[in-house]
Design a protein around this ligand. Structure first.
Ligand code: ASP
Length: 440
């Protein structure tokens, strides 16, 4: 049994609806469908969720009617083109009134999925289950597992084939109000539905054929990743590979349900399978490469620092006071670097340096700006001696100066820090070394 989620661009127009229709109905194992709101039909287009946000903030402005008509036109266009026997006029009226009253932002932004779910259920001939009746979300946007499990499992058992709109649920208090997940949250709904349906597979249909080994904006035609473990995925997404909504992993992972990323526009492509573990031997030692550009490193040197107990703790507690989270702390005998994301520290950098001076009395205190971090991730690196040697050797040969090195303790990740100007070259060299023509 499969649960299938379709992202916004997969379901943005009547043409896309037809593709979704064929995909869902060609496999009778696809019992439950979770749609996003209609996304962009082309680069210049606006997502329905963004139009709803705009309508909410323009509720008393002259252009409100025009914005609201654009939302209505998106759905009416799909309904007319598909020749469906459904009218959303009552819903449009009610939603407009609610927006005018400014009752609830979350209610407003959730209507994109709600309306799309109704249209899709009608088109597929599936039942419609309103997510507000079966998914409970607290005020911080986290779902209440116990309450949701009870309500959703029961609802699913009563409907053999159904559409459950993504992105929202009911606020977990007695108010009965609507609460949305954070943006991109339909992935989370899909994962929760897969969990409660005890699905064999959670298919996440989008507009790319799965994950690629490297960012295609940097590396030309990177190869796709056929299988990846949840752990590897976590490392890559933390380092900027834009993938699934972060919270969509946990519900299915805990139940041992794999996720398959598929392309609605190219359904014959294999896609990427995300699993807990696999004996599948990949073609390459590494699984993927991801990186982020804007980091900064604070270098602290003090003679005989190694004899001063609690020295690093003092530095870290200064950063803690400023709520700055730390990426890495590579250290030497009498020195250490603290690597942080630039946007986190920028505002308070000078104050923090002043505290460092006063409280740590370092012999040397410098800041290295424009640092980029690149992570090379792969579970197979851990039992392959020489991987890091090969990586560092290749960077050296290409004149890339490594500013920092960190290896995760589970040995599935080697992170190098380089100057920002060397970022793209570093990603390319690593790709060529392990995946491209130069692999030994
Ligand atoms: N429609 C929502 C958004 O644009 C949720 C989603 O697509 O997953 O963020």
């Amino acid at each position: 049994m499969k649960v299938v989620k379709f992202g916004g661009s997969s379901i943005a127009s009547a043409t896309q609806f037809k593709k979704v229709h064929d995909i869902v109905l060609e496999d009778t194992d696809r019992h439950y469908v979770v749609p996003s709101a209609p996304g962009k039909r082309n680069k210049e287009d606006t997502k329905v969720t963004d139009l709803l946000i705009l309508a909410y903030s323009h509720h008393n402005k002259d252009d409100f009617e025009e914005i609201y008509d654009r939302i209505k036109a998106r759905y009416n266009g799909i309904i007319t083109e598909l020749g469906l026997d459904i009218s959303l006029e009552e819903d449009f009226k009610e939603i407009k009134e609610e927006i005018k009253k400014q009752n609830s932002f979350d209610y407003t932004i959730s209507r994109g999925e709600y309306l799309n779910g109704k249209v899709l259920a009608n088109y597929l001939g599936f039942d419609f289950i309103d997510a507000a009746d079966v998914i409970y979300i607290d005020k911080h946007g986290r779902y209440d597992e116990k309450k949701t499990d009870a309500a959703l499992t029961k609802a699913l058992s009563e409907h053999d084939y159904a559409v459950v709109p993504g992105f929202y649920g009911q606020l977990n208090d007695e108010s009965g109000r609507i609460k949305a997940f954070s943006r991109g949250g339909s992935d989370v709904t899909g994962s929760i539905v897969a969990k409660c349906a005890c699905a064999d597979l959670y298919e996440n249909w989008t507009d790319v054929s799965g994950f690629l080994i490297a960012d295609p904006r940097i590396v030309k035609d990177p190869k796709p990743i056929a299988t990846i473990t949840y752990k590897e995925l976590r490392e890559l997404s933390y380092m900027g590979a834009s993938v699934l909504h972060q919270n969509s992993i946990f519900p299915v992972r805990n139940e041992g349900i794999p996720i398959l990323i598929k392309n609605t526009n190219s359904p014959e492509d294999a896609g990427t399978l995300i699993v807990e573990s696999t004996c599948h031997k990949p073609d390459h030692v590494i699984t993927g490469i991801a990186g982020k550009k804007d980091f900064m490193s604070i270098y602290v040197y003090k003679k005989h620092m190694s004899n001063e107990v609690g020295f690093i703790r003092k530095a870290l507690s200064i950063l803690e006071k400023y709520h700055i989270s730390i990426e890495h702390i590579p250290s030497g005998i009498d020195s250490f670097n603290i690597v942080v994301e630039k946007k986190e520290i920028e505002e308070s950098l000078y104050e923090i340096l002043a505290h460092f001076k006063d409280e740590l009395k370092p012999d040397k205190l410098t800041v290295q700006e424009d640092l980029a971090l690149i992570s090379t991730v792969g579970k197979n690196m851990s039992d392959k001696p020489g991987t890091s040697g090969k990586l560092f050797g290749a960077l050296g040969k290409n004149n890339i100066n490594i500013v920092m090195i960190a290896q995760g303790s589970d040995e599935i990740n080697i992170t190098v820090g380089v100057k920002k100007k060397d970022f793209t070259k570093t990603v390319q060299v690593i790709y060529d070394t392990f995946v491209g023509g130069n692999e030994e």
